[in-house]
Design a protein around this ligand. Sequence first.
Ligand code: ADP
Ligand code: TRP
Length: 324
Amino acid sequence: MQKRVLSGMQPSGKPHLGNYLGAMKPHIELQNEFECFYFIANYHALTTVRDQKKLAEMTQELAIDYLALGIDPKKTVFFKQSDIPEVTELTWILSTITPFGLLERAHAWKDAIAKGKKNPTAGLFIYPVLMASDILAYQSDLVPVGKDQKQHIEIARDIALTFNSTYGETFKLPQDLIDKNVETILGTDGVHKMSKSYGNTVDIFADEAEFSKQVMSMVTDPARIKRTDIGHPEICNVFALQKIFNLPKIKEIERKCREGKLGCVENKKFLCETIFTELKNAREKRIELRKNLDYIDKVLNTGAKKARKVATETLDRVKRHTGL
Ligand code: ADP
Ligand code: TRP
């Protein structure tokens, strides 16, 4: 049987290069090999977005972005998290077997506390249980995400193991799927992971001028002041991205950088053009998709029906096994 892949993404802002390389691009590619379930995690986004209009808009935008990048609704089950009430029902059941300490050790929670987040909510604390529920409800085999989400998938696996040993075999044990060539993309500051929350992003669908401005703002090797200075590609974030986007030319880029024959500005311009070209079709498709919002709704509704069928089967089983 074909393995089942599942992943979700929060509609919490504009997609950036980190999201694209760590999640969206692999999601699209995996459609050719696996049975895929992808969804827009609007319940998770509620932990940070508290504006009705904005949440609805960003949900629609993310659906458009994904379809433009190549999600094929004929092959893939594509839906909105909030259309599947069985998952939230399952979240409660799973929370009753999830140790408090396991959630206290979750990175996202620990970071929020370390950053002194004011009034952290119960929703933020049990966020990984909702994510486990997303993963387990669809009996997923593989979960493609960026490295920052790895621990959440381990938590889902732990919860599945505990449930299975308490109530008998119920859930498949999921595995993360992380592209070793990508792992974590650094932001334009060259220090932190690229993230909406750090304001260091290159937004894949920004207009040409903004996109170019963001790429050109990337911090490179600090030892290079003049074009002729000797470069150290191993510490340069632009070089790390060139390795992904311009692999066939990477030897030449490396040599010229080390010899001080390729300036950082020139290198960034080249990178900018390559990424822009790669995303050209998606950009055009996005404009077309936006003209037909009924189609977007139709795709998401059809996806929700298919996803609900699978989640309902799992929830029925869970209820039988627990005596509910
Ligand atoms: P953000 O940190 O910008 O809020 P999300 O947490 O919404 O991003 O991440 C959505 C998906 O993109 C996840 O699968 C995550 O692992 C991946 N991702 C996010 N940032 C990066 C990054 N800098 N490098 C690689 N993958 C990333
Ligand atoms: N928490 C994930 C993120 O911020 C999104 C997400 C929600 C998810 N449920 C999921 C990812 C299930 C994979 C599987 O990126």
